[in-house]
Each structure stands twice: as structure tokens, then as C-alpha cells.
Design a protein around this ligand. Structure first.
Ligand SMILES: Cc1cc2nc3c(=O)[nH]c(=O)nc-3n(C[C@H](O)[C@H](O)[C@H](O)COP(=O)(O)O)c2cc1C
Length: 207
């Protein structure tokens, strides 16, 4: 903090690390399959992009074994792991499916999805089954836009949103960068009230 002016000192952030300020969304295990070959890789770069139809975008380097399976099958599944699966998350993010079966290597169980060729990862907390609606080149990655055609989650952990208070030991995990991860704290909500001047204000309350 600078003296007197109340300003916070900011540092320059290297361009190769700038994305890490946006990174901490939940890390997912991206499963894919084609022609009897299935695979699972760790993915931090994803986002919802449309309500209707429900679309999500993922960014996958074309060098990943996964990229070819998605292109060939036209589908993928985003599986949300809990923190108990962090060793599997790190494994699936550092080993390639070209070199062997990552499901057995990571101790994960593939189970059939409802609507797509790619399997679900049984141990995960939630699953979004997606069909590829569009593919875009973006620098050294490919952006796959997927339409969510089926979704499921552990009943006691999801009530239209994650029930973090109930997730003891199985919290979804955000990726900070490298081998660093972040566990969410608690669920809160924002409520409005009128201040003495009649202005609408907001405050944060624990759920
Ligand atoms: C935490 C974490 C997040 C990752 N996020 C992405 C990502 O968003 N996009 C990507 O292309 N690779 C990402 N990777 C790297 C791939 O998971 C990694 O290259 C993996 O070995 C590819 O597997 P595959 O060759 O079996 O497809 C990430 C790795 C880790 C550890």
C-alpha cells in the first residue's frame, strides 16, 4: 500500500503467466473415445458460452492425444473431480494416452455415458456430456465448442449448484498453475438492502 493515497501497489505480470489470474475455475477430467480407444486428460481451460442451446468451450492443444479422439468422435465429456482425485488429476495432466491406458494408470473407472461415445469417469462428482458444435483454431490450441446433451451429478452434492458445505473431502478443485491447486472455502450469497439514503446496496451472507 502506498502511504496516504490508499492505492495498492501492482506488479507487472509476465504475459506467459497472465492467464493464471483467470485460471481458477474447477479443473476437469476430459474424457474422450473413438473406435474402441478411450482416454482421459486434465483440462483447466474451459468455460460456459451459451444458455440456449447450452454450450461450453474447451481449449485443447492439437498435440494432445485427446484432440484426435474428439475430432474423430465429435464428442467429449467434462467430469468434475473432487480433491480426493488430485493425484489422478496430476497423472492425467502429465502422461499421454498415446503411451497406454490412462484410466487404469490413474485408477479411474470408465462407465458408459448416456448420449455420447466418450465414457464418464465414475469417481467424479459431476459430468457434462457434449457433442462438438464447432471447432476454432486459437494460437497453439484448438477451441472445441460443445453442446451439452446430458448432465449428471452426485445427488447430495448438487442442488442446482454445488453444495460446498456438504462436500467435505470431495470439494471440486481449481488449478492455480503448475502443480498448485485451490480448494473452495464456503458457499455464500449476495443479498440486497436499502441504506439509510434509500440506495440499493449488497452484502455477502454465508449460505
Ligand atoms: C492442471 C492441469 C491443467 C491442464 N489444462 C490443460 C488444458 O486446459 N488444455 C490442454 O490442452 N492441456 C492441458 N493440460 C495438459 C494435458 O492434460 C496433458 O498434456 C495431458 O498429458 C494430455 O493427455 P493426452 O495426450 O492423453 O490427451 C493440463 C495439465 C494439468 C496438469
Amino acid at each position: 500500500m502506498r502511504k496516504g493515497d490508499g492505492e495498492v501497489q501492482k506488479i507487472e505480470v509476465g504475459l506467459q503467466q497472465a492467464y493464471r489470474m483467470l485460471n481458477p475455475g474447477f479443473v476437469v477430467l476430459l474424457s474422450s473415445a473413438h473406435d474402441g480407444r478411450q482416454n482421459v486428460m486434465t483440462l483447466a481451460w474451459h468455460m460456459p458460452v451459451s444458455f440456449k442451446p447450452p454450450l461450453v468451450a474447451i481449449s485443447v492443444a492439437p498435440t494432445r492425444f485427446t484432440a484426435g479422439l474428439i475430432q474423430a468422435s465429435g464428442s467429449f465429456v467434462l467430469n468434475v473431480p473432487g480433491c480426493n482425485l488430485l493425484p489422478a488429476v496430476q497423472y492425467c495432466g502429465t502422461v499421454s494416452g498415446r503411451d497406454g491406458d490412462k484410466f487404469s494408470g490413474a485408477g479411474l473407472t470408465p462407465v458408459p455415458a448416456k448420449k455420447v461415445e466418450a465414457p464418464l469417469v465414475a469417481e467424479c462428482l459431476g459430468h457434462l456430456e457434449c457433442r462438438v458444435a464447432a471447432t476454432h483454431e486459437a494460437g497453439d490450441h484448438l477451441i472445441f465448442v460443445g453442446e451439452v446433451v446430458a448432465a449428471s451429478a452426485v445427488e447430495r452434492l448438487f442442488d442446482g449448484m454445488w453444495r460446498l458445505g456438504d462436500l467435505e473431502g470431495t470439494l471440486p478443485v481449481a488449478h492455480l498453475g503448475g502443480t498448485h491447486y485451490l480448494l473452495p472455502g464456503k458457499r455464500v450469497h449476495v443479498t440486497s438492502y436499502k441504506d439509510p439514503a434509500g440506495e440499493t446496496r449488497f452484502r455477502c451472507l454465508a449460505d
